[in-house]
Design a protein. Structure first.
Lengths: 308, 290, 255
């Protein structure tokens, strides 16, 4: 076995070192190596790029948007893209579509972040406890999971709206409640595989209790699959939020949520295609970006690579 | 291609296998040369020595970004390096076959045993299903399986390790290859079953005048079973000798390996630990050509 | 005082028709400070006995005693301080996301030690690993190094008994010698009691003084290593195992 090394450079060498000198060094080195792996995947980097742009756009919306997203100008209704002052055209109330898309990015990010935090965490918890405990705990938790899995997203959202009123927060809650079961399933499957491995036996033989084993040993290994699954699900979550907005159950007018914008533009699709299509393209682009990112993350975080 | 009956079946010259990695190019095999006649050639080494890679390189089973280069890999006079992938497929299985370590992983778990063997046969010979079945049963008998008709209908998980490996041998021998490469064929088997499987493999190879490349980490096994041995370390061949003379080997690495084995009949207080000399890495590869 | 006592142990898995008896009426005695080998082929039940001792198997009958204390269904802290296990596959016995430091640190803190830093350094030195290995992750270690870490982990609570489940089967020949030497040294230095499972008679012959031969869940013969070497065996299966192991060596050595 011979390795011809590349010429060393300070920080890079420290990060690539295979004899770390402290806990933090080890962690940084591991992260860096994962990053290098990820960086090699061009499509994933492209996805990441788009998402970085999304975050920046959302953060600097007031600076980037040419117009106030709520400002109506009935003289400038339904102007096509390219009209001076309306790069992507204007909608039925004369509002600038580009500005509404830019502010809408904030809402999209808000929804996506909330669901991405709530659903996998609940799923992780339920799945690992069910998988590790086994027996009737497993059966009960999994049947509860099945119940939630059986609900079609929009039906549950309708129920919520009927009970609590329409709005973004309730829409997010509704989406999270239907999104967590698949994560529970994944977490449970991973836990079942790991439960009988030697490293779990070894820590049991040191007197570790089930809580410590689940939190310190099983969760770190489940997290990779969940992260990958969440990014791949993002597209679906955005579309679900858009769907709710489309039905008028999510964001309420005049909020510039992308799905609601598509709904408003539905009436004009034949003669003024841009009103519905622009937000549609935005959703498409962000969903694609998350998919590419998820694929790239899966290649990097695949536990097979980690355990061999 | 007419060949003299005692000419070598396989000639490998200056074989290199390289893998690009983040920290440079990793050379798994570094310029080895050897030949194989109608004999049993053992390639012995530890993990990382490049022995498995050698077997795979001959069959061009190494996928990019790994790269295989050689001055030549001559199979009965024809250079395999010149063949296209399509032509190589006609070589694999038909002229050179390979048996791997664990039949659990090399047999398709959802196909019945009989189907798999028949498929292997029909890939290289244009025959009817009935003829393929007949040939498969014949092969199962040749590997000493007592109830071939029954085993023909079983799934791989229903047979024991030893039987699974014999089925693999049957499958790989059915197209009548000239060379068999066996990569740790008995490592996953129990000791008593090992002997049985090796005997069967040996008989078949001798009867058909084939060449056998036996790759293993087990020095004693190789010395008992093969005719000639190549010892590999760090991608190079460090020593070659006759198998029955293995215990008289001279290279310090080979001696180190031999002396570090615990022996039931020769107890010691402490086992000799192999001291790796970095010089071994840089020595020229010994030629295993005859 | 006995180290390990097993009397008519039965272990089974599954119920009714699906019941598989992995160990049948096994009995053995390992004196304190002794070194005992369990040999057999796959399916003989040898590893199952170790698992039953460590409390990883729920369904068993019979009597098991460790250092004079009988064992029940569960194991307690005292047991884990006295008895530790080294597993076969170094690639599976370390958590892939925990560094060596984390593995040893967690073990030490679970057993209530305070001077963790000092002990980690000492443990690593005891198994022949320098401080450079302390913060590495398993995928940055070779098989032999991982097994050393596994041994260090087993030594952390300062046990008196080590259960060794084929500790060198997955290792290269040259590494095996190092690990076997390490195990012999440790036993001598700390007066440990070993119960080692292996399919390799030569390895067992090097480390152990007494051997029990298992076949299909039963101990068919118990003999000393001298008897094994002198081929003074009683049961035909023992003879068969001996012959299979020596067969290859003999023909190789005869030259």
């Amino acid at each position: 076995m011979t390795i011809e090394p590349r010429p060393p450079e300070g920080l890079r060498n420290w990060l690539l070192s295979d004899t770390p000198t402290s806990r933090n060094h080890a962690r940084m080195a591991a992260l860096y190596q994962s990053w290098l792996s990820f960086r090699g995947n061009q499509m994933a980097m492209f996805g990441l790029g788009i998402l970085v742009v999304l975050v920046l756009v959302a953060a600097f919306a007031p600076l980037l948007a040419p117009h106030d997203p709520f400002a109506q100008d009935l003289m400038a209704r339904l102007k096509p893209p390219g009209t001076p002052g309306f790069v992507l055209g204007s909608d039925s109330l004369g509002r600038d579509i580009l500005s509404r898309l830019i502010y809408g990015a904030r809402i999209t990010l808000y929804i996506v972040t909330l669901v991405a935090i709530v659903a996998p965490v609940v799923g992780l918890f339920v799945g690992t406890v069910a998988g590790y405990a086994g027996g009737w705990v497993d059966v009960v938790l999994m049947r509860i999971t099945d119940i939630f899995l059986a609900f079609p997203r929009l039906v549950l959202a309708l129920a919520f709206v009927a009970a609590l009123g329409a709005g973004i927060e309730n829409a997010v809650l509704a989406i999270s409640l239907t999104a967590w079961p698949p994560y529970a399933r994944i977490a449970r499957a991973e836990t079942l595989t790991m439960r009988n491995s030697d490293f779990i036996h070894a820590v049991r033989l040191q007197g570790a209790g089930p809580l410590r084993i689940i939190i310190r040993h099983i969760w770190p290994l489940c997290i990779s699959s969940l992260v990958v699954r969440v990014t791949l699900d993002m597209a679906g979550i955005i579309l679900a939020a858009a769907g709710l907005g489309f039905l008028g159950l999510g964001a309420q007018p005049p909020t510039p949520e992308w799905g609601a914008m598509i709904s408003e533009g539905r009436r004009f699709i034949l003669d003024h295609w841009w009103v519905a299509t622009m937000p549609g393209l935005a959703i498409f682009t962000v969903s694609l970006a998350f998919n590419l990112l998820g694929d790239g993350l899966r290649d990097v975080l695949d536990p097979k690579e980690g355990s061999q | 291609m007419t060949q003299a009956p005692d000419a070598n079946l396989l000639e490998v010259e200056d074989l290199w296998v390289k893998f690009p990695t983040r920290s440079g190019i990793f050379d798994a095999v570094r310029g080895i040369s050897f030949s194989l006649g109608r004999e049993r050639l053992g390639i012995v080494g530890e993990s990382g020595s490049g022995k498995s890679m050698t077997g795979r390189a001959i069959l061009r089973l190494i996928r990019p970004p790994g790269r295989v280069t050689a001055k030549r890999i001559d199979l009965e006079g024809q250079n395999l390096m010149d063949l296209s992938e399509r032509q190589m497929r006609a070589v694999r299985g038909q002229r050179i076959s390979m048996i791997m370590q664990d039949p659990k992983f090399s047999l398709n778990p959802v196909m019945r045993v009989g189907e798999q063997i028949s498929e292997a046969y029909r890939l290289h010979a244009d025959t009817s299903k009935a003829e393929a079945r007949r040939k498969s049963l014949e092969m199962l008998e040749a590997v000493k399986i007592r109830d071939p008709e029954l085993v023909f209908t079983l799934f791989p998980h229903e047979v024991s390790g030893g039987m699974g490996q014999r089925i693999m041998i049957a499958m790989m021998m059915i197209p009548d290859p000239k060379i068999l490469i066996a990569d740790e064929p008995t490592s996953a088997l129990d000791v008593s079953v090992q002997m049985q499987v090796l005997e069967i493999m040996d008989n078949l190879v001798q009867d058909r005048g084939m060449g056998l490349i036996f790759i293993s980490h087990d020095l004693n096994l190789v010395s008992a079973f093969c005719d000639r041995v190549l010892i590999m370390y760090a991608g190079r061949v460090v020593e070659t000798c006759r198998a029955d003379r293995l215990h008289e080997a001279t290279h310090p690495y080979t001696r180190g390996l031999l002396n570090s084995l615990p022996r039931l009949d020769a107890p010691v207080d402490r086992l000799e630990v192999l001291k790796r000399d970095p010089q071994w890495r840089d020595e020229h590869s010994i030629s295993g050509q005859t | 005082m006995s180290g390990i006592l097993i009397d008519r142990l039965n272990v089974w898995f599954g119920e009714h028709e699906r019941r598989v008896d992995a160990v049948k009426a096994a009995s053995l005695l390992v004196p304190k400070g002794g070194s005992f080998g369990l040999v057999g082929e796959s399916g003989s039940g040898k590893s199952t006995i170790l698992r039953a001792l460590s409390g990883l198997v729920p369904t068993w009958t019979g009597r098991m005693e460790v250092l004079g204390t009988p064992l029940g269904k569960k194991r307690d802290r005292r047991f884990y301080r006295a008895v530790q296990m080294v597993f076969q596959d170094p690639y599976a016995s370390l958590h892939p996301r925990h560094s060596v430091d984390q593995v040893l640190g967690e073990t030490l803190s679970l057993h209530g030690f305070r001077d963790i830093d000092a002990r980690i350094s000492r443990l690593l030195a005891d198994v022949g690993l320098g401080p450079a290995f302390r913060f590495r992750y398993p995928h940055q270690l070779s098989g032999g190094q991982r097994q050393r870490v596994a041994i260090a982990r087993a030594l952390a609570p300062e046990p008196e008994i080590l259960l060794l489940d084929e500790p060198t089967s997955a290792l290269d020949v040259s590494v095996q010698a190092e690990i076997l030497n390490l195990l012999s040294d440790l036993r001598r230095e700390r007066n440990l009691t070993y119960l080692m499972v292996s399919h390799n008679l030569a390895v067992v012959g090097h480390i152990c003084s007494d051997i029990a031969v298992m076949q299909l869940g039963e101990i068919v013969e118990t003999l000393s290593v001298q008897q094994m070497r002198a081929q003074d065996t009683r049961h035909p299966y023992t003879r068969h195992l001996l012959e299979s192991s020596l067969g290859a060596i003999k023909s190789g050595a005869q030259g």
